[in-house]
Design a protein around this ligand. Sequence first.
Ligand code: CP
Length: 362
Amino acid sequence: MRSLIDIVDFSVDELKEMMDVAIDIGNNPAKYSEACKGKKLATLFFEPSTRTRLSFEAAMWELGGSVIGFSSASSSSAAKGESYADTAKVISCYADIIAMRSPVEGSSYVASINASVPVINGGDGGHCHPTQTLADLLTIYKHKGGFDNLTVGFCGDLKYGRTVHSLIGALSRYNNVNIVLISPKELVLPDYIKEEVLEKNNMEYVEVTSLEDNIGCLDILYMTRIQRERFDDPEEYERLKNSYVLDVEKMAKAKSDMYVLHPLPRVNEISVKVDADPRAVYFEQCLNGKHMRMALILKLLEEKAKDPVIVDRFAGEKLLINRYRCTNTKCISQNEQELDQVFKVVDEENNVCRCIYCDKLA
Ligand code: CP
């Protein structure tokens, strides 16, 4: 039995299979309308969401299954201090599969090793958001026919934007993908993604501050919101919140086949006037997200039926238990009862180790 915690949990071939299923679902919805009859999805949302939670719920209903869950931490026993591990064990008694979101980094992984049903990470703090990446990949695939040789620009909050981190991880496995990182210097992509994803995979990338000067070379522009809820300093957010606005004038400088994606919600970083441009595909992306989540639910339930034993995503890795302590205050290892501090050795020669829950360096 597998879960989806990080997009790299699936191979490139598996992603292609899921995209093909999602396209078939879009073309032939009736064929899938009883595929999950008698199955229940639990949506455990400890943090706000419109698209992820409701697209998961719509996905399960359209597969003929049903849905239970909660949409805020305050309406669950998390408000009384219940751990993620215990919550996962309990919900496994009520549902066949779990989709969850939390502000705590590593929480979905901890849930997955305690649940007896598959767990899907619907966003864990500023860390990962793999099902948004499924929506992003299908949208790019439909418009570009693949991922090789693309120049992809990421604009906005690259520090806290978990959708950016997950999509870069996914793109790193295709050929000759060039990355243009457009952000204020305060919100640059974290070093660990530059070093261990971009550089390790020999991906060409540049870091720039101007959208206007760089939009003309892009095949895909991935706009993001400045993530107010992740800032420790509200004044810094106020200073940076209007760093980028994509408008009709900037779109005029882009290629005629450059597509604009955005995980949404939009605050004001894309003018509503851009919505009418056929290159603006961020609402189509939401529909693609529902179809990919349907394909994902089908895949994980099929795998569970074949083999219900939990597959730990760190099985076979060199792990150091309680040797270091994670210093990330948003990491689950700071909060969860009696959780071991576990670090993965990523570079033995240079003694580079990362927390398995949040990827912070030791
Ligand atoms: N893209 C995305 O995760 O949207 P929600 O926060 O509304 O789920």
